[in-house]
Design a protein around this ligand. Structure first.
Ligand SMILES: [Zn+2]
Length: 127
């Protein structure tokens, strides 16, 4: 077997990061996982057209899944930072760039890197 190409590595990493955040939010049911797979298929096509975009794939898959979940499940991931006010979802920044993070636009804070929500939501060891 050939070693994984950089594009495949980026896609695998994106899939793993977004799945980790879904598990952290306790929404990783089978139909939700299939949303991730759908996004990875589409982004594979996208990154094949534009290989320089490989570092951006994780943020894009996160946003794809967020959009898809809004129809089926509701807002995801809910902001773990703001204790008051209406529940609201985190956003991905940069929308198209490397090293994507979940951010709360209300509080103006970076909550966690994409793939790191478990630590931000108390799923990991406290610091
Ligand atoms: Zn917030």
């Amino acid at each position: 077997m050939d070693p994984l190409s950089p594009l495949e590595q980026a896609l695998h990493a994106a899939r793993a990061l977004v799945l980790a955040d879904l598990v952290a939010g306790d929404v990783a049911q089978a139909d939700v996982v299939s949303l991730v797979e759908d996004s990875v298929v589409q982004r594979r096509w996208w990154v094949e057209q534009w290989p320089e975009g490989a570092p951006f794939v994780a943020g894009l898959v996160a946003q794809d899944v967020q959009d898809a979940l809004l129809d089926r499940y509701g807002r995801w991931p809910l902001c773990p930072v703001c204790g008051t006010g209406d529940p609201h979802a985190l956003g991905v920044e940069p929308e198209l760039g490397p090293d994507p993070h979940w951010v709360c636009s209300e509080a103006g804070v970076r909550v966690a890197p994409v793939g790191g929500l478990a630590r931000a939501t108390g799923g990991g060891p406290a610091s």
